[in-house]
Ligand binder design. Sequence first.
Ligand code: ZN
Length: 202
Amino acid sequence: MAAFQIELKHLERNPVEKDFRPSAEALKALFDDISDDFRLTNFDGFQAKVRAQMSDSTVHINGEAKAQFEYKCGRCLDAQRFDIDTEIDFVLMSEAVWSSSYAGHEEIELSEADLDVNFYTGDSVDIGELIREAILLQLPAFPRCPSDISDKCDARYNERIGTEALEVLEQNSLDLRMSAFRQLEIAEDGKLRKKGNGKKSD
Ligand SMILES: [Zn+2]
């Protein structure tokens, strides 16, 4: 995701401020996998404003990210908007420096996940994934209407459940009518009659 790239040579002397405004294509690619639940909207309003600084080989990035999402309330199915305005704060370590410091130390077998540290390789850092993670952490696990309209949400939910219940009832009554037909059989004289009402030969 080159849309969030910072060249390290720019950081060598002074901190660098970046105002990332990625293209709609880059943003769609970044958030595509969650678009069934939360759809990024207002691409022009997306913003990641960061300050990057380097001490020795470690890069420290802080700032803020803004994004707008649309989602469907899991209860009443109404469309809602969710605005994110979150702080960004993370550290990236040089993978080369890290591995040369700890090369040969077999007892240290810590992975990136164990340490919650991010690494960079080469002469630039790409913070697209880290910004994405910071934003995803802000999204609600169970998308619902905002609490200030919970009455409306409840009403809509009951209305929807009522309609669904009615549909189920209609479906069942249809089955009941069909079951009345299933109790009929064609008699020897070609007329319909109820099963079991005919003369039995035994
Ligand atoms: Zn709702």
